[in-house]
Design a protein around this ligand. Structure first.
Ligand code: V47
Ligand code: SF4
Length: 346
């Protein structure tokens, strides 16, 4: 099938009836994965909420180390959290945190080596492109060296956070001072070159225009043409509570907008294996609908979600493996357990 252009994507996104758009995206999903829906037994570990940046959509970070809600887990706590997940069959640890002002790069390397030693089989999906760039800047080392050292320590995959909207004028308004869109893309390019796969996200439903959403997708499609290093694209639904952007955009976007975004992502990102319906942010009911509108992955059991719940998410903070599989079956679809590298276990 011919690839859809930026103009066609915008037209479909804005004008196609939801039913038709969803059905077309579902056909694409079915052609790739049939009735399979991928899920992972995982745990999120947000090792600190202390961060030197002030993204205005973020309700998770605490700037001051002495704030009563600030925390900074030591390696032992991280290992304990991981052990609990591994005892429940986790195949992936999703490890990200704020940009801590004091930790040396060796702190992060040691965290991964200790986890790798204690849990040789679990996948370590750790550190966003923004964290990697911060480690490089702070240590004065080349990004390629940082990636190489983390890989030797046990890094298996990179999560897709920090992309927000890659268009700089939007970044200047919502996350001024954060790595630029180009830096985010370059970091993923470098990770792919090092033989590590990654995910990509898009934070939507705030000040961005439909044109800027499609431009974001286009930048991802172009990089994927070059590297083929992305596994999944994850549209992230902006949550407005306890953050300053939420005073300007006080409502979560509509279900229709979420489903249209999932569908257009499936159609436009023809070189991405998966579109993820991140149930934590969409809510379970909308995520189930997304499985019929182009999404082929639900992320996972999570256990302890902090970032979206700080911003008012009303979904549970985690789900059992039994529940996630039941939900998929109830949609007439087939649950397929995977790890962070999309190795299959069922
Ligand atoms: O980078 C922050 C976003 C991201 C809010 O790679 C918010 O498999 C909504 O990237 N409302 C972290 N979103 C989550 C993330 C992710 C999640 C699941 C799977 C994967 C993956 C990646 O959450 C941040 C930021 O873009 N975020 N604040 C908010 N108020
Ligand atoms: Fe820090 Fe990430 Fe929150 Fe931005 S989104 S303030 S980088 S924790």
């Amino acid at each position: 099938m011919e690839r859809i252009s930026v103009e066609e994507a915008l037209d479909l996104f804005l004008n196609a009836p939801l039913k038709e758009l969803g059905e077309r995206a579902n056909l694409e999903k079915q052609a790739r994965h049939g009735n399979s829906v991928f899920w992972v037994n995982n745990r999120q570990i947000n090792y600190t909420n202390i961060c030197v940046l002030h993204c205005n959509f973020c309700a998770f970070s605490k700037i001051k180390k002495d704030s009563p809600h600030a925390y900074d887990w030591n390696h032992e706590t991280v290992i304990e959290k991981a052990a609990e997940a591994v005892s429940k069959g986790a195949r992936e640890l999703h490890i990200v945190g704020g940009l801590h002002p004091n930790h040396p790069f060796s702190y992060y390397v040691e965290m991964l080596s200790k986890l790798r030693k204690a849990f040789p089989l679990v996948n370590l999906k750790a550190f966003t492109a923004v964290e990697l760039c911060y480690f490089a800047k702070k240590s004065g080392r080349a990004l390629d060296d940082i990636i190489h050292e983390l890989k030797v320590a046990g890094l298996d995959a990179l999560p897709g956070g920090g992309a927000e909207i890659l268009v700089q004028s939007v970044r200047d308004e919502i996350c001024s001072g954060k790595e630029t869109g180009e830096e985010w893309l370059n970091a993923h390019r470098a990770v792919h070159k090092a033989g590590i796969f990654s995910n990509a996200t898009m934070l939507f439903g705030h000040i961005e225009t439909p044109e800027q959403r499609i431009e974001h997708l286009n930048l991802l499609r172009q990089l994927q043409d070059e590297t083929h290093g992305f596994y999944a694209f994850i549209p992230l639904v902006f949550h407005p509570e306890h953050n300053s952007l939420g005073r300007r955009i006080p409502q979560i976007t509509s279900e229709e907008d979420i489903l249209r975004t999932v569908a257009i992502s499936r159609l436009f990102l023809d070189n991405f294996p998966h579109i993820k319906a991140y149930w934590i942010q969409m809510g379970i009911s909308t995520a189930m609908k997304a499985l019929h509108a182009g999404a082929s992955d639900l992320d996972g059991t999570i256990i302890e979600e902090k970032i979206t719940h700080a911003a008012g998410a009303s979904s549970p903070v985690g789900m059992t493996p039994e529940h996630i599989q039941e939900l998929i079956r109830a949609e007439g679809l087939i649950p397929v357990e995977r790890d962070a590298k999309y190795e299959i276990y069922s």
